[in-house]
Write a protein that binds this ligand. Structure first.
Ligand SMILES: C[S@@+](CC[C@H](N)C(=O)[O-])C[C@H]1O[C@@H](n2cnc3c(N)ncnc32)[C@H](O)[C@@H]1O
Length: 286
């Protein structure tokens, strides 16, 4: 495995990334991987990612998707994970060493200025497009980094859709308030909160053949505490911006008890709550 490249050439991270880079956020990314990897695997299989391929993982974070992809492409394949944050890349490189994934290489790069020398069989990204201001430019850059007939597969939490799902059922007061806070926080920070609709539009402006789309969401009925920890963890990471935007104070959020309060609310009403709904979209380069 190569080390992390280009580190010295990049400036410090902008402070506007919605979830920040705390140790707790790195742990949350790991929990998120446990919750989402089964959906990611299905998506990547549907997109045709298989043994021996070279795959680019966009916004690899601490490496959860890169590790999954490494298993799918096998020892004859190769995965390149890119992210702009050095701390996440170090954790990813450490994980790859521990798992013995010698076919992964991590590089530091900004996805808004994607310019790699290499072309890939497939390009994957999870929870990354929501942070990219110009999706048409992003998809064009992705297209330019694919071999002819190569595949892109993106999997993104749609915060507006998730808020809508919470309202469709019983609209549990705390759960509905929580999903509303989170959607507004990402929206005010300039992220795409209707990423499904925004990606469909962006795909229509680029050279990919008819994209396919589906949605995955896991529901919790109050028993499984780590699912509620995941929801609370997201609020913990976003808490500085939630306060800065005047959306929720630390007292309202009470992040240390948020998971248990959400779980208790769901259990007390024999109800359920959907965790973040993932929009999954994949297409072939023409
Ligand atoms: C929510 S994490 C997702 C990590 C990983 N894809 C996963 O699913 O576990 C988003 C990652 O995208 C990275 N990121 C956000 N904007 C970026 C950009 N413009 N260029 C490169 N990385 C970016 C962040 O540094 C962070 O590590």
């Amino acid at each position: 495995m190569q080390g992390i490249q280009e580190e010295a050439t990049l400036k410090d991270q902008p402070s506007v990334y919605t979830l920040g880079y705390s140790d707790a956020e790195a742990r949350r990314l790991h929990i998120q991987g446990i919750l989402w990897n089964k959906f990611s695997r299905h998506l990547f299989e549907d997109a045709g990612i298989t043994q021996g391929m070279t795959v680019l993982d966009l916004g690899c974070g601490t490496g959860e998707v890169s590790f999954l992809l490494a298993g799918m492409v096998g020892p004859r394949g190769r995965v390149v994970g890119i992210d702009r944050n050095a701390k996440n890349l170090c954790l990813a490189a450490q994980g790859a060493r521990e798992f013995g994934h010698n076919q992964i290489e991590f590089r530091q790069a900004d996805l808004n200025e994607l310019a790699l020398a290499e072309r890939f069989d497939a390009i994957a990204g999870r929870a990354i497009s929501i942070y990219i201001p110009d999706l048409s430019e992003f998809l064009t850059a992705i297209h330019d980094h694919l071999k002819p007939g190569g595949m892109v597969a993106l999997q993104e939490p749609d915060l507006a859709l998730t808020e809508g799902l919470a309202k469709v059922g019983e609209c549990l007061p705390l759960a509905c308030k929580y999903f509303n806070w989170m959607r507004r926080c990402f929206e005010q920070n300039g992220n795409h909160v209707r990423i499904g609709a925004d990606l469909v539009k962006a795909f229509s402006e680029t050279r990919f053949s008819s994209p396919r789309m589906q949605i995955s969401a896991v529901a919790s009925m109050g028993q499984d505490s780590f699912q509620f920890e995941h929801l609370a963890g997201l609020a913990r990471s976003a808490s500085p911006l939630l306060a800065q935007f005047g959306i929720a104070t630390a007292e309202e959020l009470d992040v240390d008890t948020l998971a248990s309060r959400l779980r208790a609310e769901v259990a007390a009403r024999n109800s359920y709550v959907f965790l973040y709904a993932l929009v999954e979209i994949w297409a072939k380069a023409t």
